[in-house]
Ligand binder design. Structure first.
Ligand code: SF4
Length: 427
């Protein structure tokens, strides 16, 4: 099995707004291994993008990472950090949350790189595409030219260089070598006539070509980990397929790892080796692609997969997941499973205590050894014991939305309490 490149542990990110605290990412755990594509899938607002921004330390105010560790395997960095900051090092891994901000900034590019959702708004409309890629190349060239590795990169990103790179106009700032490398990158991502196209502005590129240019920019630092945040959302289907094929080819050629963030299960199925399913800021199920698609444990995952149309056996209607994602405001988050209002298998226990992530499964216990070995697990009581229909909540609770759910919850609790009393009386 490939080694872990990244280990994210107990990561939580909050937004402190005037209306209250939003728990956008809640105690998230996942690993990314060498040379794999790890998918993060979920509805809009489930915390996928904030998780990615947290990993690369780009969460903006009023957001802030409030807890967690992000362990990145980099023996050189570990060696440099160990003496001054031993708590931030575990073997070859460094907790990037515990290194200085300038070191974290220096990791962006050669260690972690990102393709953002919308290339049109992510590229500068007043600079040519070639200049923008060359600028990224230039920054990485300066870092690489320094004889000492990561700590030196941070010196290369010091105040002087930072001011130079942010205040001086890009025209004339990049070297001929960086321009040539930018053209090579454009060629690598399949842009025809790359030397000519490098002189064009973003508005002269089609959507697919812009996304390729964004990928070229992200590759400038030869990253260990590429985070692709909905890289095909704005593209039509044929271009989506081309971009996904390109990313897969680049991943196989370079050996980099990819975190693929998407709401599209088709993209996950096409691209990923392992997958984490996010709901309401939590990873609620995690495993290999086969684990999660063929044997889903969490009712939310089952609902997502059940909502995919089957072309061989078209049902008269698609099966939606009833209800809405809960508000993530602190005051709204109760001490229970966040999916309970929408879960067709919600039980009384789900309303009183949030389930822990568990790799054991109740419904297919004979598969437990395989699941444990493959890290397949879910944040659901059904990963701990089998579904007991007698524990089902009253009809009308499931999918009834927040307000009704709360009143139904009261009913459910009342019914349960009555039953308890009856049992006690009988005893
Ligand atoms: S813990 Fe309960 S409510 Fe939550 S997903 Fe599992 S069965 Fe449904």
């Amino acid at each position: 099995m490939a080694e872990d490149l990244l280990r994210v542990r107990n990561l939580s990110t909050r937004f402190f707004t005037e209306d209250g605290q939003v728990n956008a990412v809640e105690s998230v755990d996942f690993d990314v291994r060498d040379g794999e594509v790890f998918g993060i899938v979920g509805e809009s607002g489930s915390g996928k993008s904030v998780t990615a921004l947290s990993v690369i330390d780009l969460v903006e105010s009023p957001g802030r990472i409030t807890s967690g560790e992000i362990w990145y395997r980099n023996p050189d960095l570990a060696e440099e950090v160990r003496e001054d900051n031993p708590d931030a090092v575990d073997g070859d891994f460094v907790d990037v949350r515990r290194v200085p901000e300038n070191v974290r900034r220096a990791l962006r590019g050669p260690s972690f790189s990102t393709i953002f959702q919308d290339p049109m708004s992510s590229l500068n409309p007043s600079l040519t595409v070639g200049e923008q890629i060359a600028e990224a190349v230039e920054v990485q060239r300066r870092a690489r030219s320094n004889p000492r590795s990561t700590r030196s990169r941070t010196q290369g990103f010091g105040l002087g260089n930072l001011l130079t790179s942010t205040l001086l106009p890009s025209q004339g700032y990049v070297s001929d070598e960086s321009r040539a490398e930018a053209i090579e990158l454009l060629e690598q991502v399949g842009i025809p006539d790359p030397a000519e196209r490098a002189e064009e502005y973003p508005h002269e590129f089609s959507g697919g070509m812009l996304q390729r240019a964004m990928i070229a920019q992200a590759l400038a630092g030869e990253p260990d980990l590429l985070i692709a945040d909905e890289p095909t959302t704005a593209l039509d289907v044929t271009i989506q397929a081309q971009i996904l094929d390109l990313l897969r080819d680049l991943q196989e050629d370079t050996g980099m790892s990819i975190v693929m963030i998407t709401h599209n299960l088709g993209v996950i199925a096409r691209m990923c080796d392992r997958v984490g399913v996010m709901y309401a800021g939590e990873v609620v199920e995690r495993g290999t692609l086969e684990d999660v698609f063929d044997d889903p444990v969490h009712p939310y995952t089952q609902g997502l997969l059940g909502s995919i149309p089957d072309l061989d056996d078209p049902a008269p209607r698609l099966q939606p997941i009833e209800g809405n994602v809960p508000d993530l405001y602190d005051a709204e988050m109760e001490n229970r499973c966040y999916f309970a209002d929408r879960c067709p298998k919600a039980m009384e226990e789900c309303l009183h205590k949030p389930p822990e992530f568990d790799t054991e499964t109740g419904e297919s216990r004979e598969d437990f050894a395989d699941r444990a070995a493959s890290d397949h697990g879910a944040k659901c009581y059904l990963a701990q014991h089998e579904y007991d229909p007698s524990q089902a909540l009253p009809e009308g609770y499931f999918g009834s939305g927040t307000d009704e759910a709360k009143s139904a919850s009261g009913t459910a609790r009342g019914d349960a309490a009555s039953e308890d009393e009856e049992v006690s009386a009988d005893d």
